[in-house]
Design a protein around this ligand. Structure first.
Ligand code: NOJ
Ligand code: CA
Length: 702
């Protein structure tokens, strides 16, 4: 490990010289400027190869009752440093990550009252991160945030890939438009029917926000290391091409309760003139704290199937055991309820999934609807809906644990909370002990519906602390977490690598409602996945849901694109989401899902354009096996796969899964063909992808 740190300190006495400061990234392409205005307000600006990324933009806060914490400052200390280190994520897209950045630390002191505010900037070759730090000070121990004033002044009316800011959900379809169009379009987009919605009062969008400028820059705005602070959305001032921080308040309107001796999350700006660099960036992970778990041997990549999709397709299977209603946990005797006869999580049915998992080499089976309480499913006004330790009468936890263990398969626990969060926290230790006792090492948590306590939103500070608390507590029990409907990730998987994946976006389940747009998965890696892995749950082979009953939904991709998503949608937790019988009909194509790795030595972003296409190659961790996935939006295209990532001087066998000649997501989604070819590091392959189609390749040593 190479490490060097240079520190130059310029103390109080040279303060008058310090009204402006600059910092260059290690390769010199990015330049950060910091400056106090005449009123003593901090501002920053950023350029990339001389082009404006952010022009002079505000920093600071309004705190308590309109107290100014953004002007009348003087600079009382500046420090510069450089770090160049390499670290190894427990699970990841690359086995080693370089963190090379230059740092500028600025101490600001308010002239009228002596209050201090620190700013720490880290400039990498692929972008900027900066955060506020609140040192412990006499007479300044606690404050409330009324407004964070951080602004991102853009140079032009960029193209934006956005979802509306909403305190309770990230499940909107993604819209592509110029910034100036957002105010016109947003109300319509907000009409999307979702389980819990709390739109911001003004025009605002969610982060990660992806932007493309007319002068060829790709700019991504997000945050890193969201701890004890509300999530940041972005107000849109379309007339000025200006974005500004919109912290998620609680229902009293407070945007953060701060105790000094703390820091904010990093505000991140990833930038390049090549879209591939955005996907390759590790800036957000680099800004998170190192792993806090000493023994990580129990954290592992997981490929799983589940008693899950059958609940969405309209075939009759239910989470609930009974059609009786008016259930009270702890009072109702479930053995006295009348079974509805189509409860999914029954012992015999789950055994079939375990058999299928064992036969095809999957690590685990997720079972939803195993526990008491689903009769009240989505009863938003009620607390204590689910038991986290009592199974339904037809689900034999111990027998299934033994059966799964005998086949080398794990069961994945499901904790839907319907956002009755205080109740969940009260039962957390008991629930995790129950998991330990019954051989579970992974939990899928769920936060459907409005939060209880009713003063809170999904993305506010209180809930941020809850999600982090669950990940931290789970680590103590050696449990991996996959959270659904939680605040979108900010790279915390570096610190808590047992937080293996999240949903926090519009996932495959929406294919069973009103569908996802063909370009959806060409954008998600540039938006939601910038913060971390997504449990997108791909692998749907039977996309015509009218096969099962009254559901008229149709998948928005070809079958081969579903395969390619295992490469393009990074996650160390990957589901094969379709029903086993649909895989049995296409065992040759299913082989790709069986072979695919979920943890990687290296990742190579070969082609990328947000909204249009993505081609990625990855090398499996510790193996001489490579996988390539290419996807396109509604337009057919020719993907170019340059195999130069392969080691020189050897010939490998590639198995190609391609869209059939007449494949088309609307008319002929299941048409595919499979062939093998020899490849070397010199091979350059051109391959046509159908409309909303894909290409999946596995490469092995001969
Ligand atoms: C929403 C989750 O995203 C989905 O995966 C789950 O099946 C349901 N909630 C029920 O918990
Ligand atoms: Ca497009």
């Amino acid at each position: 490990m190479k490490k060097f740190i240079i520190t130059i300190v310029c103390m109080l006495f040279c303060a008058p010289l310090l009204s402006a400061q600059t910092l260059l990234s290690p390769n010199g392409n990015l330049k950060l400027s910091f400056q106090l205005t005449e009123k003593g307000s901090p501002t920053y600006a950023l350029t990339f190869k001389g082009k404006t990324v952010i022009s002079e933009s505000a920093l600071g806060f309004v705190i308590n009752q309109k107290e100014d914490f953004n002007s009348n400052f003087e600079i009382t200390e500046v420090q510069f440093a450089e770090a160049n280190t390499v670290w190894q994520p427990v699970l990841g897209e690359n086995k080693e990550i370089r963190d090379h950045h230059k740092e500028m630390f600025i101490r600001l002191t308010q002239k009228n009252n002596g209050r201090q505010l620190y700013l720490r900037f880290r400039l990498f070759d692929d972008g900027l991160g900066f955060r506020y730090e609140f040192p412990v000070q006499d007479n300044f121990r606690h404050f409330r945030i009324q407004e964070e004033l951080t602004t991102f002044q853009l140079s032009d009316n960029h193209k934006a890939f956005w979802i509306p800011a909403d305190y309770d959900t990230n499940e909107f379809p993604i819209t592509t438009s110029a910034i100036s169009e957002i105010p016109k379009l947003i109300d319509k987009v907000r009409e999307e029917p979702l389980a819990a919605k709390a739109p911001t009062p003004n025009v605002a969008v969610q982060t990660p926000l992806m932007l493309k400028s007319n002068d060829g820059l790709y700019i991504n705005l997000h945050e890193a290391a969201l701890v004890n602070y509300p999530s940041m959305m972005l107000n849109v001032n379309a007339a000025k091409n200006q974005l500004s921080a919109h912290l998620v308040p609680d229902k009293n309107g407070v945007k953060g309760y701060v105790q000094t001796g703390s820091v904010t999350p990093w505000r991140t700006i990833v930038v390049s003139d090549d879209a591939r660099d955005i996907l390759a960036s590790n800036l957000i992970l680099n800004l998170n704290e190192p792993c806090k778990i000493t023994d990580t041997s129990w954290i592992h990549p997981t490929k799983y199937i589940g008693v899950w999709w059958e609940y969405f397709i309209g075939g009759g299977s239910t989470w609930a055991y009974s059609d009786d209603r008016d259930i009270t946990i702890g009072v109702t005797d479930y053995t006295k309820l009348k079974p509805n006869g189509h409860h999914g999580a029954n012992t015999e049915h789950v055994k079939k999934y375990i058999n299928f998992a064992a036969q095809h080499g999957f690590d685990a089976v997720l079972v939803e609807g195993w526990n008491e309480g689903w009769e009240d499913n989505y009863a938003y006004d009620k607390e204590r809906i689910y038991s986290f330790t009592k199974a339904y009468p037809d689900f034999d936890v111990q027998a299934l644990h033994q059966y799964a263990a005998s086949k080398g398969v794990k069961l994945i626990m499901h904790h839907e909370t319907t956002s009755s969060v205080v109740d969940y926290e009260c039962h957390l230790h008991e629930a995790f002990r129950f998991m330990n006792d019954n051989g579970y090492d992974a939990v899928k948590t769920g936060y459907v519906g409005p939060i209880i306590p009713r003063s809170e939103y999904h993305d506010g500070q209180w809930m941020v602390n809850h999600y982090n608390y669950v990940a931290e507590t789970a680590a103590k029990y050696h449990i991996m977490v996959n959270s659904h409907e939680a605040v979108r990730p900010t790279g915390m998987s570096r610190t808590y690598p047992n937080w293996v994946a999240q949903e926090s976006a519009r996932g495959t389940e929406f294919e069973s409602f009103n569908g996802n747009h063909p370009e959806h998965t060409t954008i998600l890696p540039f938006t939601r996945l910038m913060g971390g892995a997504m449990d997108y749950t791909p692998g749907i082979f039977e996309g015509d849901l009218s096969q099962y009953g009254n559901n008229k939904a149709k998948l928005s991709t070809t079958l081969v694109k579903q395969l390619a998503l295992y490469v393009t949608m990074y996650s160390p937790l990957q589901m094969a989401a379709d029903l086993p019988e649909n895989y049995e009909k296409h065992l040759d194509a299913f082989q790709f899902i069986k072979d695919i790795a979920a943890d990687w030595d290296n990742t190579y972003i070969l082609e990328a354009e947000p909204g249009d296409y993505i081609t990625i190659a990855r090398k499996a961790k510790g193996k001489n096996e490579w996988f390539v996935g290419a996807i396109t939006d509604e337009n057919a295209r020719e993907a170019l796969v340059n195999f130069s990532f392969l080691p020189k001087g050897k010939t490998y066998t590639a198995t190609l899964y391609t869209d059939g000649k007449n494949a088309d997501w609307r008319t002929n989604p299941q048409s595919y063909s499979i062939k093998t070819m020899k490849v070397t590091h010199k091979t350059k392959l051109k391959q046509r992808l159908a409309p909303s189609g894909g290409l999946a390749i596995s490469v092995k040593s001969e």
